[in-house]
Design a protein around this ligand. Structure first.
Ligand SMILES: [Mg+2]
Length: 225
């Protein structure tokens, strides 16, 4: 998916393609205009985009080992409930640890294999995993790029939207960081901010549509329970 980094100095392929550019402009319009254009997108599937670290998985700080993959409590069940109700579930994750030389892409793939294995063990799965390995000031030149894929930019959501025929305007983005919320907003999605237990504030300053204590609570909001 993001395998061709050899000469990745310019913006990502997502925004370089004219048809995607039009698409991106459509969803970057303010909500009123987005609703107007959304009629052309109805019929697309609905998705819940979820952040990975501290939303789905325990985050030790740059997860580098498949052996350290630990699903957060209730997360697998939440994904199962969403998919049971007909939602696609797609992981969108910034992985600047790659640009920083902390792990390479084959290792990240092994981590995601383990993640998929644990989800399967819990009777569920995800419909896609999108990651951004880039960083504007990366130590590794191959990954030094101010990428449209890196949240708070919406590139991963736009790419998944095109790949999986997703109606972004009726989809949701869930994450524990305001970067996740911003990426969701820029893609035209509704948003839930996970209030991480590491953050003691009662309600984070957030532009999200809703705040939830964990993925399970976010799923209940999305499912209207
Ligand atoms: Mg996170």
């Amino acid at each position: 998916m993001h395998g061709d980094h050899a000469d990745a100095a310019k913006a990502s392929p997502v925004i370089c393609q004219p048809e995607r550019l039009l698409y991106a402009y459509d969803v970057w319009y303010p909500v009123a205009m987005a609703n107007e254009t959304a009629t052309t997108r109805r019929g697309g599937r609905q998705a819940v985009f979820i952040d990975r670290d501290d939303t789905l998985l325990d985050d030790p700080g740059y997860l580098r080992e498949a052996a350290d993959v630990v699903l957060l409590g209730g997360a697998a069940r939440a994904i199962a409930d969403l998919r049971q109700a007909g939602w696609l579930v797609v992981i969108v994750t910034n992985q600047s640890g790659i640009a920083r030389g902390l792990l390479d892409e084959p290792r990240l793939e092994r981590i995601h294999e383990e993640l998929r294995r644990q989800l399967a063990e819990n009777g569920t799965a995800v419909d896609g995993i999108y990651y951004c390995p880039y960083l504007a000031d990366a130590p590794l030149p191959a990954y030094r790029q101010d990428s449209d894929l890196r949240k708070p930019n919406p590139g991963m959501l736009l790419e998944a939207g095109a790949d999986l025929d997703i109606d972004l305007t009726t989809s949701w983005m869930v994450g524990d960081s305001e970067r996740d919320v911003e990426a969701g907003r820029r893609a035209g999605c509704r948003t839930v901010r996970i209030h991480s237990p590491k953050d003691p504030a009662t309600r984070p300053a957030s532009r999200a549509d809703a705040v939830a204590q964990d993925l399970a609570a976010a799923a209940r909001i999305i499912l209207g329970e």
